[in-house]
Design a protein around this ligand. Structure first.
Ligand code: FES
Length: 178
């Protein structure tokens, strides 16, 4: 029960008016504060989800965030040859391989096991990791043998006027979203 404000000194009265909850009702305040906390937290999470959705929608409409980068001239590679290039960043080495007159493929050179650099074996038509004998199919980057847990990320290519451009990276599991 509340004390009578009239019996208190002026400062104590003011203080009680500001915080007008008796000790017995403190539990209600805590529950109310907890309720506020839940509502605010839920609102913040909801706002975060909306932001992510908006960001995703924007990047899809903008055609993704990958740069378009010239990586080689078609005539630079004979059938069965490979060339190293960097994409999307200067440290991200990739392998461009010419499989046929009209067929080029490109993959990240970083092995999905422990990141050793894979090399192309034209003789065996596969990408080989020298560290633990992990082998990848040159057709689609899938693991043929060894410890790598995932296929190699594929570099999307565009051919235009004899020039080859890198246009994006497809990581295993994201194929449907491209
Ligand atoms: S790092 Fe490539 S197989 Fe281990």
């Amino acid at each position: 029960m509340r004390e009578k404000p009239a019996s208190c000194p002026r400062e104590a009265r003011l203080w009680r008016e500001e915080f007008s909850v008796a000790a017995g009702e403190q539990g209600f305040v805590e529950r109310r504060q907890f309720g506020k906390f839940l509502v605010l937290t839920s609102a913040a999470m909801f706002a975060g989800q909306l932001w992510l959705l908006a960001k995703n929608a924007y990047s899809k409409r903008a055609g993704g965030l990958w740069p378009r980068k010239a990586v080689a001239l078609e005539r630079d590679l004979a059938i069965g040859e490979a060339k190293v290039f960097a994409y999307p960043g200067p440290q991200d080495n990739c392998l461009l391989i010419r499989l046929g007159e009209e067929r080029f493929v490109a993959y990240s050179q970083k092995c999905t096991h422990l990141s050793c650099a894979v090399v192309y074996s034209a003789q065996r038509r596969r990408l080989e990791c020298p560290c633990h004998e992990g082998y990848f199919s040159v057709e689609d980057g899938y693991v043929i043998q060894g410890p790598p847990p995932r296929p190699l990320p594929r570099i999307e290519l565009e051919r235009s006027g004899g020039q080859l451009y890198a246009r994006g990276v497809t990581v295993f599991g994201e194929e449907e979203s491209q």
